[in-house]
Ligand binder design. Structure first.
Ligand SMILES: [Fe+2]
Ligand SMILES: [Fe+2]
Length: 244
């Protein structure tokens, strides 16, 4: 018998060591938001976006998307724990921008796994969060679950003047101008009509409604598909003009 074979045989005869995993914990959105590593990585993600000339993608965006996701999930009748998991996914959805804008849903899902696993979240609860984060962008994703669909509508509806980070108006690009033009944006689930409506008030001094559609058309299509996953129709109301 060769030396290597003997040692393999000896190892195989040893009793298998049992792997003991720490019992999973109920992780809350409050804990996620207070986690210092998550705070620093969300800050870092926004720094990358700011350096690239993008609109705000930090704690403000994460918080708003998380709140709108909760509202949609509650309105469509999701269970309380599912609502909380959806909010966690929403809070972390853009964290991958800390690596690179390109493929940020995938890098974000990987980061979310590490962070939430470290916090003790059960793998069964982690799984839907990873799918929701990994599918939130129109180029590489689709609404694969109710949680993901709610997150997508919440994310795409956060268009607002307060997101513009470029302090020099003369150098605004179309994204800055369109965001700057939006004075009010509101998502409403209209149960009686089985409709999810996004209402935007656009100040046409800064951008036209056509410019809004130029950059948001693909996002609105994704919102329509997401509303369908939730069993609703999607409607858009821009300056009082209703589009379905
Ligand atoms: Fe994103
Ligand atoms: Fe986002």
């Amino acid at each position: 018998m060769l030396e290597g074979e003997r040692s393999t045989e000896l190892i195989s005869k040893q009793p298998m060591e049992e792997i003991t995993l720490a019992p999973p914990r109920i992780v809350t959105l409050k804990e996620v938001r207070a986690n210092p590593k998550i705070r620093k990585l969300v800050d870092g993600a926004n720094e990358v976006m700011k350096a690239m000339g993008y609109t705000e993608h930090g704690h403000r965006h994460a918080g708003i998307v998380s709140s709108i996701t909760r509202y949609i999930m509650e309105q469509v009748g999701s269970a309380p724990r599912e609502v909380e998991l959806a909010q966690i996914a929403a809070y972390l959805h853009d964290i991958g921008n800390v690596v690179n804008r390109l493929h940020h849903p995938m890098s974000g899902a990987n980061l979310a796994f590490t962070l939430l696993n470290e916090m003790g979240l059960d793998a069964a609860e982690l799984a839907p969060i990873l799918g929701a984060i990994g599918n939130h962008e129109e180029l590489t994703g689709s609404p694969i679950s109710q949680m993901c669909a709610a997150l997508i509508i919440a994310d795409k509806s956060d268009v607002h003047f307060s997101r513009v980070q470029n302090p020099v108006m003369d150098t605004f690009d179309i994204h800055d101008r369109v965001n700057y033009a939006v004075q009010k944006s509101r998502v409403e689930v209209k149960e009686a009509d089985r409709q999810i409506e996004l209402t935007l008030d656009i100040d046409t001094k800064h951008a036209t409604v056509m410019e809004y559609f130029e950059i948001f058309l693909s996002r609105m299509v994704m919102c329509r598909r997401s509303a369908e996953v939730l069993g609703y129709r999607f409607g858009l109301n821009v300056n009082g003009t209703y589009l379905e």
